[in-house]
Design a protein around this ligand. Structure first.
Ligand code: SPD
Length: 345
C-alpha cells in the first residue's frame, strides 16, 4: 500500500520511468534485469511505439542495444512543452538530472565536464572573443561558462523551448545563473530561422549545445545549417558543436567532419571528453574555423584557468589547458576511421 506521498510521486512518473519500473507482468517479464525505481534512457516517443509494435525494441536508435540507467530517488518535475517531454529527478549518485524526451541532458555531478569543455575549447582557442552565440543551451550552463571570458561583450542565445529555461531556473540554479549575465540576449525560437536571418561576419564564436539529432535537433547537423553558421562567423571565427560519441556514432562524426571540411575553410577537428552519464560515457565536439586568421585549436592561446572564480564565484571544475590539448588526442581506431575524412587538416 502506497502512502499519499508515494502515490503522488508514482502518479508523476512519466511513461519512460513507469516502463522501467515494470508495472504490469508483461513489462516485468520483458525487463527482468531492470530494478524498480531506475530511470533508463528510452525516449518517450519510442515508449509509445514499442507498446503497440515491436515489443523487443527496447532501446534508443542512437545507441541500439544499450540503455544506461540511474537510480531514481524522487521525481521532481514532469511536464510536456510544445517540443518535448521534460523530466527532472533526484538520482542516487549524480544529484538532480534533467532528461528531455527520455534522454539525459545533464546531471549536477558531471555537467561541469560537458559545459566547460564545449565552451572553453572554442573560446580559449582564439584571442579576445567578443560576440558569441549559443544555439540551444536553455539550461544556462554554457552561458555560465562564457561569463568567465571578460573580453566577451555580447552573448546571444537562441533556445527553442521556453519551458526548458523555466524548469532549469527552478531546479538547476547553478546552471541557469548564466542567464543573469547582463551581456546575455535571449532569443526564444527556432535556430534554423535565427541563423537564416543572422547578419554575416557577426560572431567570433558559435557554440551549438543541442540535444541529440533525433527530433527537434535533427536539422542542426545538416549541411544547410552549417552553411548559415559559417556565414554568420567572422573570418577566423570558430564553431564548437556537440558531436556525440566516438564509440557509438563514428559514421555521424565522419559525416559531420566531411560536411564541415567543405564548408569551413579553416581547420576542422574532433575532440572528446568524459561525461559518465552520457551514452558510452564520452561525448565529442566538432571544432571548425572559417577562413581568415588561422586557428590552432590544439594549442589554447587564451587560457582562463588563471582567472580563478567567475563572476558567479564558481571555480573551474574540469577544464584546464592540459585537458584542452589532450581532448584532441584520438584513440587509434578513431584515427583510422576518420582518415578518409581529412581529419586534422
Ligand atoms: N546524449 C545527450 C547529449 C546532450 C547534449 N546537450 C546537453 C545540454 C547540456 N547543456
Amino acid at each position: 500500500m502506497m502512502n499519499a506521498d508515494e502515490d503522488r510521486v508514482w502518479k508523476a512518473i512519466p511513461p519512460c520511468c513507469l516502463k522501467a519500473m515494470g508495472p504490469c507482468p508483461d513489462e516485468a517479464t520483458r525487463h527482468d534485469t531492470v530494478v524498480s525505481g531506475w530511470f533508463s534512457e528510452v525516449p518517450f516517443i519510442l515508449f509509445l511505439c514499442i507498446t503497440v509494435a515491436d515489443k523487443s525494441f527496447y532501446h534508443n536508435p542512437m545507441w541500439p542495444g544499450e540503455a544506461h540507467s540511474l537510480k531514481v530517488e524522487k521525481i521532481l518535475y514532469h511536464g510536456r512543452s510544445d517540443y518535448q517531454e521534460i523530466l527532472v529527478f533526484e538520482s542516487y549518485g549524480y544529484g538532480k538530472v534533467l532528461a528531455l524526451d527520455g534522454i539525459v541532458q545533464l546531471t549536477e555531478k558531471d555537467e561541469c565536464a560537458y559545459q566547460e569543455m564545449i565552451t572553453h575549447l572554442p573560446l580559449c582557442s582564439i584571442p579576445s572573443p567578443k560576440n558569441v552565440l549559443v544555439i540551444g543551451g536553455g539550461d544556462g550552463g554554457v552561458l555560465r561558462e562564457i561569463s568567465r571570458h571578460l573580453s566577451v561583450e555580447v552573448i546571444d542565445i537562441c533556445e527553442i523551448d521556453q519551458l526548458v529555461i523555466d524548469v532549469c531556473n527552478d531546479f538547476f540554479p547553478n546552471l541557469s545563473v548564466g542567464f543573469k549575465d547582463p551581456r546575455v540576449r535571449l532569443h526564444v525560437g527556432d535556430a534554423v530561422d535565427f541563423m537564416r536571418k543572422s547578419p554575416p561576419n557577426n560572431y567570433d564564436a558559435i557554440i551549438i549545445d543541442s540535444s541529440d539529432p533525433i527530433g527537434p535537433a535533427q536539422e542542426l547537423v545538416e549541411k544547410p545549417f552549417f552553411e548559415t553558421v559559417a556565414k554568420a562567423l567572422r573570418p577566423g571565427g570558430v564553431l564548437c558543436n556537440q558531436a556525440e560519441s566516438m564509440w557509438l556514432h563514428t559514421h555521424l562524426i565522419q559525416d559531420m567532419l566531411s560536411t564541415c571540411r567543405v564548408i569551413f575553410k579553416g581547420s576542422v577537428h574532433f575532440a572528446w571528453t568524459s561525461v559518465p552519464t552520457y551514452p558510452s560515457g564520452t561525448i565529442g565536439f566538432l571544432l571548425c574555423s572559417t577562413e581568415g586568421p588561422p586557428v590552432n585549436f590544439l594549442d589554447p592561446v587564451n587560457p582562463i584557468e588563471t582567472q580563478g572564480v567567475n563572476k558567479f564565484r564558481r571555480e573551474l571544475r574540469f577544464y584546464n589547458s592540459e585537458i584542452h590539448r589532450a581532448a584532441f588526442a584520438l584513440p587509434s581506431f578513431l584515427k583510422k576511421e576518420l582518415r578518409t575524412t581529412s581529419y586534422n587538416s
